[in-house]
Ligand binder design. Structure first.
Ligand code: F6P
Length: 373
């Protein structure tokens, strides 16, 4: 087994509470327990391409456990295996049909790691970032993945770090609109992140005692939602809380797209379904409705104690895996046990979605929550 002396760590994709605690755990374990050298790669794969390396010592990771974001910065547009080409003015190169021209630049990343003397690469990311992680692993780089995303939609692990903090913020959002909804007898619609998975809206909707939860896995009929709210009104409940996942869609319809980023490997940016649902409910129910988009508030700020502990466990376990020579794998949580799973299996599977018969859907229904189906 090749000896590990120097490791690199990077964060990719959308940021997420818990990234700094993972960086801290990796650096502390690597230095305190094994006397390794650690470097950070700044700005994710963009930094790997440009060899933006920075030495990390114990002092660099002091006082970061409480901080959201990532001290190493991130990028969600730099897939080196499909890298959009630019001219010397930084403008994208296009083919005759106006489409971006891509090139596989991953060898540049591999060379930069070699030149820096990196023995193992720790990649903190969701499915996009870890897809490249798997591909670098296939090219012989010793990769360890650490599962990050507020969406909790990554296959191979029960929980990603960041999810707990994000659903706490979303629940707080529901609690806050509740009192104003009560005061004005309004329908309060709250749009919650989660990409194509309804986990965040489902958890926050249960915790925040929503009357309605709309998730992408259970397409809704807006008339059913209106009927539920009218029935509640008739029974004396003068306000309603609707938790809408950003990718929720009506039966036979599509998710609401905010914009398309053509230079991003994951080009669709969701957003706006909350306003659509609020407008429709105002008309159908005849009560005033307001929509709130919680947006990036859910991704920012201090990680919860739960996320700090999970991040510390993941960071520690990742270094232990490297020292055992277990590469091409991602640390994972199964039940309450830290384990690992091959990146091939994580990326080979679909993202993890809410099954319509999931226990939590049953719990929500028993609480009287309507899914609009
Ligand atoms: O994957 C995390 C996430 O916050 C999703 O919930 C959301 O759809 C997306 O990222 C937003 O991406 P961006 O920060 O590029 O707007």
């Amino acid at each position: 087994m090749a000896e590990i002396k120097k490791i690199a760590i990077m964060t990719g994709g959308g940021d997420c509470p818990g990234l700094n605690p993972v960086i801290r755990a990796v650096v502390n374990t690597a230095i305190n327990k094994y006397g390794l050298e650690v470097v950070g790669i700044r700005h994710g794969y963009h930094g790997l391409y440009h060899a933006d390396f920075v030495k990390l010592g114990l002092d660099d990771v002091r006082e970061i456990i409480t901080k959201g974001g990532t001290m190493l910065y991130s990028s969600n547009k730099d897939n080196l295996f499909q890298y959009p080409q630019k001219n010397e003015n930084g403008e994208f190169l296009r083919d005759e049909n106006g489409k971006l021209i891509y090139k596989d630049e991953s060898d540049v990343g591999v060379e930069n790691l070699k030149r820096e003397g990196i023995d193992a690469l720790f990649i903190l990311g969701g499915d996009g970032t870890l897809t490249s992680g798997r591909d670098f692993s296939r090219k012989g780089v010793k990769v360890i993945g650490i599962p990050k995303t507020i969406d909790n939609d990554l296959a191979g692990t029960d929980y990603t770090f960041g999810f707990d903090t994000a659903i706490g913020v979303a629940t707080d959002g529901l609690d806050r609109v509740r009192t104003t909804g009560m005061s004005h007898h309004r329908i309060m619609v709250v749009e919650i992140m989660g990409r194509g998975a309804g986990w965040m809206a489902l958890h926050a909707g249960i915790a925040g005692a929503a009357d309605v939860i709309l998730i992408p896995e259970i397409p809704y009929d807006i008339n059913k939602v209106a009927e539920k709210i009218k029935a509640d009104k008739a029974a004396g409940k003068e306000f309603s809380i609707v938790a809408v996942s950003e990718a929720a869609k009506p039966k036979g319809g599509e998710a609401t797209i905010l914009k398309v980023r053509e230079d991003s490997p994951d080009p669709i940016r969701l957003g706006g379904v909350g306003a659509v649902v609020a407008d429709q409910l105002e008309t159908l129910v005849g009560s005033e409705a307001r929509a709130t988009i919680l947006g990036h508030i859910q991704r920012g700020g201090t990680p919860t104690a739960h996320d700090r502990v999970l991040s510390s466990r993941y960071g520690y376990a990742a270094v232990e895996m490297a020292m055992r020579g277990e590469f091409g794998r991602m640390v994972a949580l199964k039940g309450d046990t830290i384990t690992s799973v091959s990146l091939e299996d994580v990326i080979g599977q679909k993202t993890k979605n809410v099954e319509p018969d999931h226990e939590l859907v049953g719990v929500a229904r028993a609480m009287g929550i309507c899914f609009g189906d």
